[in-house]
Design a protein around this ligand. Structure first.
Ligand SMILES: Nc1nc2c(ncn2[C@@H]2O[C@H](COP(=O)(O)OP(=O)(O)OP(=O)(O)O)[C@@H](O)[C@H]2O)c(=O)[nH]1
Length: 498
């Protein structure tokens, strides 16, 4: 069962229980049995599921619950807490410190997504001001060094490896020494994998670990891994001091069970998850928001963080001012597009909203829309400052349009289409801002109709048109109230991520 289905089945079981007129032993048992079946078919280890059921029953003693107690809330809370407990080993992993050299070694089976994840991890930290570097000590798979080199070059991250040296330990040590001298503060060592858990793989990992003495060993696991996840994670933990886990491919046919089992086997937390092949499809793994999302309750904290990252705080008022003041110029539209691209793939952003279902944004369509946004930005790159800052559409005469098309290498038709889109957006922006004094766009309680007018058309299409937007907004507002209880609320005192 894929992760989205697991969440769906658990929330359905809770909903069934909530619909019952009276919650008695039978209703509770039916609910817990359905959750158990869902978890087992998601490959969560049997013992973990059995313990969870036992714990919930111990907490929710229906006879002892005094009259007046809200049984539903207590049961829901117990299920939520138990799922969180399964994902929380109770101690945080080693966290590298910016400016202080740390060595992080990645281990995992071949094809788990290790090399891709090393680059994502480096890129994530680089964006936050770190100086990462990548070492390829995978001498087993032909082409491994080329892959890392290609990824690293794309992300502008320094790398080290060799086409001729066959000793992985030697390469790892040389790479680490090289980057220490260059004052890199995050030295990431990618190791080789094998298709199966083999003695040779574990011996090689042990030697690389002994020689480089990493501050943190990260076990990378394919999220679609089945029942074998527990044994696999445990085998790695027995060979090297695994301190954290990254689950990859959570976008595809991922089974939530793998994550739960890996935590139990390694007694280490999941710190990130991979949600796609692209560099930015990588998210910090926080237990409460994850379970919240699993139960279809959304992740307000993650969403707020994403929005915060996309438009830096000091520029937020600026952007809103531009919308409010009616000065929706082409430059404003450019900045808006830039923020959308900064947020990363839209499916990732929307997956944080309550009620979101993966099918809402088909993958192919998302790529097409992002490409269209980029095309528009290329066109705007060929405009003069006067054109970008003008609010007079008449300024864009034929000769200017021809010049822009030539300069950007796009067709005249595309420039005209973009101008039409701009005019529509500028008009709609004005119409949805009734109170110029109120700077808080969200507090204006826009309805779906109004919202649809200010969303770039590509974005609206991705959400599933008007119907998709309506259901999304409905679910957002109804789920907002229950968020506090599930810990998914954007806490004001939320810790700052490093
Ligand atoms: N959809 C999806 N694909 C991923 C993700 N992470 C990695 N991949 C893909 O999985 C495949 C294997 O990834 P690699 O990084 O080559 O795997 P590896 O573990 O380094 O393999 P070895 O170097 O052979 O041990 C590649 O096609 C990646 O693009 C993810 O989060 N989502």
């Amino acid at each position: 069962m894929v992760l989205a289905d697991l969440g769906g089945r658990i929330s359905h079981a809770i909903q069934q229980m909530t619909n019952a007129t009276v919650i008695d032993e039978k209703v509770l048992n039916d609910c817990l049995n359905e959750i158990t079946r869902a978890l087992l078919s998601s490959d969560v280890q049997f013992q973990l599921v059995r313990d969870m059921q036992k714990n919930i029953k111990a907490i929710v003693n229906l006879d002892e619950l005094a009259a007046g107690h809200n049984k539903r809330r207590i049961i829901q809370q117990a299920i939520f807490n138990e799922l969180c407990k399964m994902l929380d080993p109770g101690k945080p992993s080693f966290t590298p410190k910016k400016g202080k050299p740390s060595i992080v070694m990645f281990v995992g089976l071949q094809g788990s997504g290790k090399t891709t994840t090393c680059t994502k991890y480096a890129h994530y930290h680089q964006k936050k001001g770190w100086k990462p570097a990548l070492v390829c000590s995978d001498t087993f798979r032909a082409g491994a060094f080329d892959q890392l080199k290609q990824n690293a070059t794309k992300a502008r991250i320094p790398f080290y490896g060799s086409y001729t040296e066959s000793d992985p330990v030697k390469i790892a040590v040389e790479g680490v020494e090289t980057f220490k001298k260059e004052y890199c503060d995050l030295i990431i060592v990618d190791t080789s994998g094998r298709h199966k858990q083999e003695a040779a793989l574990f011996e090689e990992m042990r030697q690389v670990s002994e020689a480089t003495n990493p501050d943190l060993v990260i076990f990378v696991m394919d999220g679609s891994m089945g029942q074998a996840a527990f044994d696999q994670a445990q085998a790695f933990k027995l060979s090297v001091p695994v301190g954290a886990v990254i689950i990859t491919k959570m976008d595809g046919h991922a089974k939530g069970g793998g994550a739960l089992s890996a935590v139990a086997a390694t007694k280490s937390p999941v710190i990130f998850m991979g949600t796609g092949e692209h560099m930015d499809e990588f998210e910090v793994f926080d237990v409460k928001p994850f379970v919240s999302r699993l139960l279809g309750m959304g992740d307000w904290t993650g969403l707020m963080d994403k929005l915060q990252d996309a438009v830096p705080e000091d520029q937020q008022t600026d952007l809103v001012e531009k919308f409010m003041g009616g000065n929706f110029t082409l430059r404003t539209m450019y900045e808006l597009y830039q923020s959308i691209l900064n947020m990363g793939p839209l499916s990732q952003v929307f997956s944080m909203m309550p009620g979101y279902r993966e099918q809402m944004i088909p993958k192919g369509q998302e790529k097409e829309s992002q490409a269209k946004i980029k095309r528009c930005m290329t066109i705007m790159d060929s405009m003069t400052n006067q054109e970008l800052d003008s609010t007079n559409p008449k300024l864009m005469n034929e000769s200017r349009i021809l010049r822009i098309a030539r300069g950007s290498g796009r067709q005249v038709k595309e420039v005209m289409e973009m101008m039409e889109e701009y005019k529509k957006l500028a008009k709609n922006m004005k119409s949805v801002i009734p109170n110029k004094g109120n700077k808080n766009l969200l507090s204006q309680n826009m309805n779906a109709q109004q919202m649809s007018r200010v969303l770039p058309p590509q974005m609206l299409k991705q959400i599933g048109g008007m119907g998709g937007l309506q259901s999304l907004m409905k679910q957002m507002s109804s789920a907002k109230d229950s968020m506090g209880m599930f810990g998914g609320k954007a806490e004001k005192t939320r810790k700052k991520k490093t």
